[in-house]
Design a protein around this ligand. Sequence first.
Ligand code: SF4
Length: 234
Amino acid sequence: MQSLEAELEEARALEVDALADAIESIGFECTRCGACCTGEAEDDHTATVFPDEVRDLQETTEHDWRDVARPMPYGLADGEDGPEGETFEWALQTDSCGDCAFYEEDDNGVGACVAHDDRPLICRTYPFSVALAGTSQPMGEVVDSVALGAQREVDETGDEESVVQAHECEGLGRDISRSDAEDLAAALKERAVRELEEAIGVRDAYEPTAVDPGEIVVHDSEGAKRPDGTPIDD
Ligand code: SF4
């Protein structure tokens, strides 16, 4: 397993053209089915959002931090009064149905994102992700993947190749224009870089923090925070 810094270097070296080629060969067009914005059966919608993305969404929607993001539930324990403990990411806030708080359906049941222009990178790039060579990516089941041609020279050494992965989505396999594939590819590279920068930031900013029963502390790249986004130090 390579260091986060080495992975970051690899992400920064990703070629947008090669990513766009992979996206084009898989094919994608959003059908506006809403599946990536809504919860499933017992599971609430869960999508990672970076701290600065939370602030951008707050600014455009004039919402409080808590209306935009919630502590990522993974890793939290079941306390007497609900989840408690430490977590290391923020997730987009959900509504009472378990759907993303920014997802709204019109009278005909057609869904839309009310924060579309400011939606986080994870939304801009769904249903794709990048698996860098030699790493494992946590994001859901993979239904298709294409190796990046630009990385093939590395492969001659026997190393694994980086791949573009596609996750379950009914829009996969549809024609995509070159310019849309390039836009998506640029966002995918930005997301790969940002995820690693955030992971390095979390690792470097982490300081063990006392967590009282019933409380949640979120450690992000800016330090330890309460669920309302305020720093613990304040
Ligand atoms: S922010 Fe918008 S695009 Fe992202 S999950 Fe929510 S409704 Fe969907």
